[in-house]
Design a protein around this ligand. Sequence first.
Ligand code: ATP
Ligand code: MG
Length: 497
Amino acid sequence: MSTEAVFLIVDDETEVCNFFVYLLKKKGYRAVTASSGREAIAKLDQERFDVALVDLKLPDSNGLEILKEIKAKQPACEVIIITGYSTVKSAVEAIQLGAFDYVEKPFVDIDEMERLLERSLNVKAELEQLSLKHRVRGFVVGKNPKMISLIAAAQKIAKKNITVLIQGETGTGKEVLARYIHAESHRADRPFIAFNCGAFTETLLESELFGHEKGSFTGATSKKKGLFELAHKATLFLDEIDAASPAIQIKLLRVLESGEFFRVGGEELCKVDVRVIAATNTNLAARVEENKFREDLFYRLDVASLHIPPLRERVEDIPLFLEYFLEKESRAKEIPLKKFSPEALVVLQQHSWPGNIRELANTVTQALVLSKGPLITVDDLPARIRPAIAGPTAGSPVESPLTGGLFGLSPGLPDNSKLHDLLEQLMQTLLEKINFREGFPFEEVYQSLNRWRDRIAGEIIACALEETYGNQVKAAQLLGITPRALRYHLQKSRETK
Ligand SMILES: Nc1ncnc2c1ncn2[C@@H]1O[C@H](COP(=O)(O)OP(=O)(O)OP(=O)(O)O)[C@@H](O)[C@H]1O
Ligand SMILES: [Mg+2]
């Protein structure tokens, strides 16, 4: 650098101050020290600093307060928080309040520290690059300031070995963000194991997570490793963490605290090193208030807390997402790139997107299939997106052979008794009409009935997927089947088309 960079070191431990003064001088930078919050503020009034290193625990103040003071007095000054193990959570909070990074005492890796100090002098370049990119490792960031700070925080948190809790409405990209964190972490060359806690019963959930010994419950015919064992030295993504029962919450707390657990029915203590990233689309703090989720587990998970805003709070990025998915889908389907008409773009920007990015991605896929020419118009958009004024057909319920003509049902208003009667009648008629004489083509009739059933199941699954904005786990729950069964039926129904 042409001008000498100046660092402010705020720590009441003289050794810490001396250590940084020595390190910075060696690199040709100037360092000013302060041993209390008051002294730090006085120094801030005297001169401009490029970077401040601030201890979280100060005799007369705390690092977060000093961080706020620095950002108010000298916004261009980057802040690195110095923390002990017990205050990591506050240090992560500091990152979300705009600190550049945090370092843990005692300082073990001096090379890493030197790199961090260098990087702190080039933050602007790093941030500019990030906001220009709009897209990192399959994660579309966009221009929304909240999203830019979120991804910047995620990038830093990724490198630390701490538990992360991601919250956000359905379809906001919690899993995509978790994958991004894993890809940016030191565990990137190890697997990312994703698991949905909401998709299993309590017994199965426990055995999936922690494994079981042979004969530990009905159906446990052999010993099985759980996900915590499989994710050793890797990342385990626990989706819908709020679905864990109280008994499982205790086991999770223990494994997060000590890395230790027992397999179901086992006596051998297992020890693992797993980085957990948990996600939920509920407000977990509120679940704690309602006594539905353990407070201690919540704090264990919530060391680093990331909240993804819903799409309706970042409407400026809708065109970017539309373009991204249009390109992605066209490439996947090997069709020439299409464009949205200006009117369609307006409609899409006005939609509230309750299913967030997932709903948007599915909408693009549907519109792409429906559109004939190179332009995707308002009429090509799914009915739930089109505003009521757009035309006589707009806003009408989605018609499908099952929900429309065949059973006279409208989605959202299933007349179950009517459906029951109809099925009963249909069965009677079929059985009466079938003539089981000699030479009856048993196989043919049986197979065609199977195909018919598969097609109907496919239609019902399609409706459930529409209802859940394409979330297979939620659609399976709606239908009372497992996600695996849902995928099987979906495949079957595709084969019959
Ligand atoms: N920032 C993003 N960039 C690119 N694709 C995204 C982004 N956010 C979400 N998506 C896409 O949206 C869909 C839903 O994302 P994801 O599964 O991560 O959501 P979620 O928050 O985990 O939802 P749920 O709570 O329902 O599980 C995925 O197909 C994903 O590819
Ligand atoms: Mg998810």
